[in-house]
Design a protein around this ligand. Structure first.
Ligand SMILES: CC(C)(COP(=O)(O)OP(=O)(O)OC[C@H]1O[C@@H](n2cnc3c(N)ncnc32)[C@H](O)[C@@H]1OP(=O)(O)O)[C@@H](O)C(=O)NCCC(=O)NCCS
Length: 132
């Protein structure tokens, strides 16, 4: 498995990959993707196996906290360490920038995955505001 930084020209392949293996929505448009990569250089990572996308994670740093989004592994490659490799590399890169705290929101069924990687439950609950 090869890990490399995501670049703008990956966009259309990533959209196909996310559609097949997770989901896409309006915020995944090209303008937002470009802005995200410009604001967070070298924090988004693609895993490749035999030259094809095996997984992704989009990392970001707001100057205080680090964030991880779009952690997605190809359906037929799950359970083989791809997700773990992506998170470890993203955390390594965030740490190098000085990040000391990475909050995550995830589906219940993925809690076990994050726990294995050292994430802990906390007392906070997730709230969000749709700004339209
Ligand atoms: C969640 C996801 C990224 C995990 O990736 P993966 O490559 O299958 O996970 P890994 O093989 O790297 O797993 C690492 C460890 O976590 C464990 N693990 C993986 N998924 C798990 C789960 N849902 N519950 C409990 N443990 C899990 C593995 O057994 C492995 O344990 P080990 O180190 O003791 O062998 C993948 O299932 C996926 O793409 N899901 C759909 C998208 C999604 O839900 N993303 C998360 C958004 S928050």
């Amino acid at each position: 498995m090869k890990l490399r930084s995501i670049v703008l020209s990956d966009y259309s392949n990533l959209i196909s990959f996310w559609k097949k293996n997770y989901f896409v929505r309006g915020i995944d448009n090209l303008d937002r993707f470009k802005l995200f990569l410009e604001k967070n250089p070298d924090l988004s990572i693609v895993a490749e196996v035999e030259g094809k996308i095996a997984g992704t994670v989009l990392g970001s740093f707001d100057g205080r906290r680090g964030y991880l989004q779009k952690l997605v592994v190809r359906k037929d490659l799950r359970g083989k360490g791809v997700g773990k490799g992506l998170i470890q590399e993203a955390v390594r890169r965030l740490k190098a920038l000085g990040v000391v705290y990475i909050p995550i929101s995830c589906e219940k069924e993925n809690r076990g995955f994050y726990k294995k990687l050292g994430f802990k439950n906390n007392k906070q609950v997730i709230m969000s505001l749709e700004v339209s």
